[in-house]
Design a protein around this ligand. Sequence first.
Ligand code: FAD
Length: 402
Amino acid sequence: MSGVRESFTAEVAVIGGGPAGLVSAIALAAAGVETLLIAPPRADDHRTTALLAGSVTALTTLGVWDVCRAHVAPLKAIRIVDDTRRLLRAPEVTFTAAEIGLDAFGYNVENRHLMAALYARAAEVNLSRIAAAASAVTSDRAGVAITLAEGATARVRLAVGADGQRSLCRAAAGIGAHRRSYPQTALTLNLAHARPHQDISTEFHTESGPFTLVPLPDRRSSLVCVLDPARAAEFSAATDAELSGEIERRAHSLLGKMSVEDGRGMFPLAVETADGFAHGRIALVGEAAHMVPPIGAQGLNLGLRDAATLAELVADTRRQNVDVGSPSLLARYDARRRADVMSRAVAIDLLNRGLLTDFIPAHGVRGLSLYLLDRIGPLRRAVMREGVAPASQPRLMRGEMI
Ligand SMILES: Cc1cc2nc3c(=O)[nH]c(=O)nc-3n(C[C@H](O)[C@H](O)[C@H](O)COP(=O)(O)OP(=O)(O)OC[C@H]3O[C@@H](n4cnc5c(N)ncnc54)[C@H](O)[C@@H]3O)c2cc1C
């Protein structure tokens, strides 16, 4: 923060310095938009993110990926194992990226490396950063006024709300949200193991939710283990040796002896979608607009599609000398993001609830779906392509600068 009671102006302010906010700010600045990034320092995050092919292309186009590359592991195959003890169990299914002509579905990267690469790129592009939180956001017909810590203010034409769950920007825009909380907590950690993962991510479906091992470089993987909250608390309090043994048991020793690393995380699971993605000169990206449980690596991949779509619309609008906070731009953004976000949120919600329920027909439907995916090649390939990338992608995700 460069001073007290200062007054900043810019065309666009991005509020929130998580990955969705940083990608928005870098994309806007790279397109020549005068951009202010309002981003307080963040706490350590030991999670990893599986970035799918379109996200990797966008980060490559924005000059971020080269810095990440040394720290990523490819996801060449995804194996789904029904590890429930139910009457109707699904067959094991393996999806391989080569089947749809890709080297990898995407790459897994530790969030600390991704964030470091994003901040390094943000420092290179023409971007002003204020390392403080916004305390109030109000919009009127001409622009958006943002109050910052210590009484400083900023005035912009468009505010990008990238301020995560419980978004101040979403409330300021008067946009409501629908939330469903699950009786589940995700325990996250990284671990080393004796056997190679062979670039395969394995998702065990259990009665309490998925237990997913995702490759990291060398003989390391990240784990997202979804449990009921009491069990997650027990796991979190276990010693390293106890937890390593329990995880190896749950993984059926697939990767041999395991050894957990420091940095366990606990995340209560919920699905939440905003009732709209933009209103009153405020556009929402990332978890400010939608939050989904960590199944199928969709959360941030959706958030990066928000960021890329919004930056593209702003850059195009600006070239036509039209106000970048205009209602027509916001309406186009809302229309372009709605189907992608809603369809994935509904699918993930159904999948997760299908695991939790004791309703036998639901197990039958899940088992049959996986059986059909295993047996019918064209169906499996269509599902894989749609999982990695929707039919229409923003330009950055196609490798084109905006
Ligand atoms: C266990 C787990 C595993 C996951 N795995 C994957 C995966 O493999 N692949 C995937 O695609 N997604 C994954 N996700 C989802 C992904 O982590 C999120 O989508 C992503 O972190 C959201 O990023 P964001 O930038 O929208 O929000 P955040 O990371 O929450 O950032 C929001 C930022 O806004 C800041 N902020 C808040 N209020 C203000 C304010 N008033 N002023 C200024 N700044 C403010 C906060 O400090 C924060 O830095 C996972 C999620 C979980 C829980």
